[in-house]
Design a protein around this ligand. Structure first.
Ligand code: F6R
Length: 251
């Protein structure tokens, strides 16, 4: 694992965008696994800025998102499809047909999961998977449990995730209770994992995920056995790692 310790969210976003743009420049037809949430917003803004300057094109890129709430329409303001359009896709030159997000309105969600795994297989997996980490250690919506679920699946969101995500909804009771998420298998088969974390409130889970035992109770801990993980965090989010740990993994 490599760790980049940055001063603040802006620097984290710039570093993460740098690593993504390197991938896109090196492999213009790469497949990017993307995430929603607060962590990657700055990264997307930086990528958009470089695109506007004429330094970066996504014309041949394909993207596959991690997850989507069940029962939210793509044009619902809290759906992850809507988030991706607003925060990224509408501002770059990616072909709309090359952007994939699970369909939260699929009449048969189990079939939608199967189709999503087929899609991932057809694409040959992702070249780079961007991830945030939930306070409970979830990646995508792979929530803490007794086993790592390999394939794309329908998940019951935990009370802590519902609580964390209620900040985007009028009230906690409006947060969908279920979601479709890419499984741990697809996440682990990406060539490179890029994790972005920011803020003191993530410090504890970052320590548990990267320095604690590998356990499905902390889904992100599985990343410890991926051969190419880059963790980009600000000083606050990395504050529970010792200097030696950061130095051992840093540049
Ligand atoms: C989003 C996702 C989630 C978030 C995580 C962190 O697609 O899959 O795992 O990455 O909940 O969210 P933020 O970045 O809002 O703290």
């Amino acid at each position: 694992m490599r760790i980049y310790e940055e001063a603040d969210y802006a620097a984290v976003s710039r570093r993460a965008a740098n690593l993504i743009s390197a991938e896109v420049i090196r492999r213009p037809d790469c497949v990017l696994g993307l995430a929603t949430g607060s962590s990657p917003i700055g990264t997307y803004r930086q990528l958009i800025a470089w695109h506007r300057q004429g330094d970066l094109s996504f014309k041949e890129v394909t993207t596959v998102n991690l997850d989507e709430y069940l029962c939210l329409a793509p044009n619902h303001s809290q759906s992850y499809r809507y988030f991706m359009q607003e925060e990224f896709f509408n501002h770059i030159d990616i072909k709309p047909e090359n952007t994939y997000v699970p369909d939260g309105l699929a009449p048969d969600p189990i079939e939608e999961c199967r189709k999503y795994d087929n899609l991932l297989r057809t694409l040959g997996g992702t070249d780079l998977q961007l991830l945030g980490i939930g306070h409970n250690g979830h990646i995508g919506f792979n929530e803490p449990g007794n086993e790592f679920v390999k394939s794309t699946h329908v998940v019951d969101l935990t009370p802590s995730t519902i609580e964390a995500n209620s900040r985007f909804f009028p009230s906690p009771s409006d947060v969908p209770r279920k979601a479709i998420t890419m499984g741990i298998g697809a996440i682990m088969s990406t060539r490179r994992v890029l994790v972005v974390v920011s803020g003191e409130d993530k410090a504890e889970i970052v320590r548990a995920a990267f320095m604690g035992p590998i356990t499905p109770k902390v889904p992100a801990s599985i990343l410890q056995i991926h051969g190419d993980v880059v963790l980009v965090g600000d000083t606050a989010a990395l504050s529970r790692l010792t200097e030696t740990e950061v130095k051992a993994c840093g540049f």
